[in-house]
Design a protein around this ligand. Sequence first.
Ligand code: NAD
Length: 383
Amino acid sequence: MIIGILKEPSFESRVSLLAGEVTALIKNGVNVWIELEAGVKAFCTDREYTERGAIIKSRTEIFDGADVLLSIHYSEVPLHLKNKVFIGIYHPIYNHAHVEEWVGHGHTVFSLDMLPRTTRAQTMDVLSSQSNIAGYKAAILAASMYPRYFPMMMTAAGSCSPAKILILGAGVAGLQAVATSRRLGAVVEVFDTRAAAKEEVMSLGAKFVEVEGTADASKAGGYAVDQTIEFQQKQKLRIAESIKKADIVISTAQIFGKKAPVLVTKDMMEAMRAGSIIIDLAAGTGGNTEITKDNETIIFGNVTVIGAGNLASSLPSDASKLYGKNVLNFLKLLINKTGTLEINFTDDIVSNTCITQGGKVISPLIIKNQNHGNIPEFHSEQH
Ligand code: NAD
């Protein structure tokens, strides 16, 4: 069997497998083909891949010859190809045209954003490994752009107060943003609708702001759910109070399969002091502010709003390393001891991540969404 690693689109610096991960596949009897210069932006040369036993090929050769194709983002597949296997993060909930294309060509497509967030799936959880990086980088980016100190500074020339950071959403990215901001000495306040987040936030030395009346999310697989209008209004009032005092907002609030909730209004931004920064990690699903645009920086009065839906890409070496390890662990479910593809659809991780197979949509969630006409209006593809 041949696994092909595709070069990512020009906006992406990561690669889906670094040279370090090639050895394990080759030991398992799999041939690994790498598209020319696929790893260069993640600082992995073609030579490093070949030293580990991989073969460098052109994109066309990989599309034609590989059985399984790895990429992070969706790739346009040549029309003559049929029955290939693709593994990546393809956001099928938002990209119905892609789903139809895969069905039409009989491709078997695994989208790793559909992994269940269970203990067994943790080693394959690309959302967690990449969100962790995004949360870290958001705090570092904010610290480097902020015109003041993060920690309190008491010097002979005078004292400077610590930065006040508001973090919206305490999932994987939000918690890492809390931890990194705290390490840099900032004072941090956090909002989340999941009660479970309170303890995690407090254990990192930040303040958790509670808003009463959150909707029950116990059946959402750990994810948040839509909130009532009454709750949304109450939450906005509390966020408005906190944001007036904040210098930096790192927003990460998302609801799986839906557009991100708008939590920061223009009125709130007008109340922030000069030099304030908002880094919106939810930009890929619409953003948490009224004005966010993904991959754009917008100056709104005194505030700089950065739409950063793909921030993991700015730490390409470690992001690719962890992504590749996640993929290797996922491949263990699909490849048997003789290096042959053996897809076991009774495994819940396999069945939840597989979107299309044999000319049909087989993902239970995508079928349910299609039946309910529940197709989010925005497009999640970046750039
Ligand atoms: P996410 O990116 O889907 O959302 C980020 C955060 O935004 C979540 O904590 C969510 O509760 C919060 N949020 C949504 N609406 C909000 C609102 N109106 N106001 C404030 N906050 C709001 O989350 P994620 O990082 O992908 O994590 C999703 C869940 O999966 C979490 O519960 C996390 O603990 C869990 N998880 C479990 C595992 C595992 O067990 N294997 C691994 C990773 C994550």
